[in-house]
Design a protein around this ligand. Structure first.
Ligand code: GYE
Length: 332
């Protein structure tokens, strides 16, 4: 916990959160002095996954758990994230937590944080390797593994359907270009097309992890071709947008006699589509990273050994084995 003036902090909290009804000027020596101050720069609110991630971080880094959280939503702009991190440094917070929009472009701001002696915890997405010494810990998903799970499932599924040698035309809707989930989910698919000369990526467009953009790009792809076997979407929002566009164009999204749709995240809404058979495979991406962040910070506070890289637990759901109970028992 730092010596930061309580007045400055509370004014900052009002500025960032728009909080009202609380005393913005607690007296030095009040209980707020003992809270761990964390500045959290979230990339945006583009998807159900992101909303669940924000809610989880806010609920874990709460006052009851010993934290004062300064939250900033960067609205998908890297400059906004850089500005927020610089503000956190000026406020002399105890920790900076942030979800980097893309992997590159962070070196100078992270150097500023390092020089100010503020530990930075990157969550969700990574920072390019040269920047590795500039952050204290990383907590998130193994996106490459997620992509490999999806591709392996598709190989097995086509084999079972007796289509292993048939031409397979794939539409690939990518996430935000240059972000770790986009890179990790894209590479295994592209490598698979090298192993399977009968697989062809007939269209590859960016859906920016949103339903609206995916609907738009899928609609324009459908004007060029309806000869599609697989649509590989890099999150649930994109899958939902692509499915709407396909259904409007008269295509059936059904792995048995229609288009095989693959998605990532496995949010509740995405899983409803999996239960209905419209998303054949949904690879989980776990947004509940708050408890991991809390654990790392508490260990750093006690100067204990901590894991520099932590991967969250993840699984996958396929339309043949998913049940209503599985969806109902999910936390997001
Ligand atoms: O898959 C997507 C979100 O970075 C893991 O970003 C996250 C991804 C997630 O917008 O829904």
């Amino acid at each position: 916990m730092k010596k930061l003036l309580a007045v400055v902090l509370c004014l900052a909290t009002v500025f960032f959160c728009g909080c009202s009804g609380e005393d913005p000027h607690p007296l030095p020596g009040s209980s707020e002095d003992n809270l761990i101050v964390v500045g959290f720069s979230q990339v945006g609110a583009e998807s159900e996954w992101r909303v669940a991630n924000t809610e989880n971080i806010k609920s874990v880094l709460s006052e009851e758990n010993g934290y004062m959280l300064i939250f900033d939503d960067a609205r998908q702009e890297q400059e906004n994230q850089i500005r927020a991190i610089r503000m956190f440094i000026q406020q002399d917070v105890d920790y900076i937590v942030f979800s980097p929009k893309v992997e590159t472009g962070w070196n100078s701001i992270l150097l500023e944080a390092k020089e100010a002696g503020i530990p930075v915890i990157a969550i969700d997405r990574y920072i390019e390797q040269q920047g590795e010494y500039l952050y204290t810990a990383y907590i998130g998903s193994d996106f490459y593994k997620e992509g490999e799970i999806a591709v392996k499932w598709l190989e097995d599924f086509l084999e079972k359907q007796g289509r292993a040698e048939e031409p397979i035309r794939i539409v690939h809707i990518q996430g935000t270009i240059g972000s770790t989930p986009q890179l990790g989910r894209t590479v295994p698919l592209e490598k698979a097309t090298e192993r399977h000369p009968n697989w062809e990526i007939t269209a590859q467009e960016c859906g920016d992890f949103t339903k609206a953009k995916a609907y738009e790009v899928m609609s324009s792809i459908l004007e060029r071709t309806k000869d599609i076997d697989v649509v590989y979407c890099e999150n649930d929002g994109e899958a939902l947008g692509a499915i709407d566009a396909m259904e409007e164009a008269g295509l059936k999204c059904n792995p048995e006699d229609g288009v095989i749709v693959i998605s990532f995240d496995a949010t509740r809404l995405g899983l409803e589509y999996t239960l209905a058979g419209k998303i054949a495979l949904n690879v989980e991406c776990n947004p509940l990273q708050g408890p991991y962040v809390d654990k790392v910070i508490k260990k750093l506070e006690r100067s204990e050994y901590y894991d520099r890289i932590s991967y969250v637990d993840e699984t996958y759901f396929d339309y043949q084995t998913i049940t209503r109970e599985m969806i109902d028992s999910r936390e997001y």
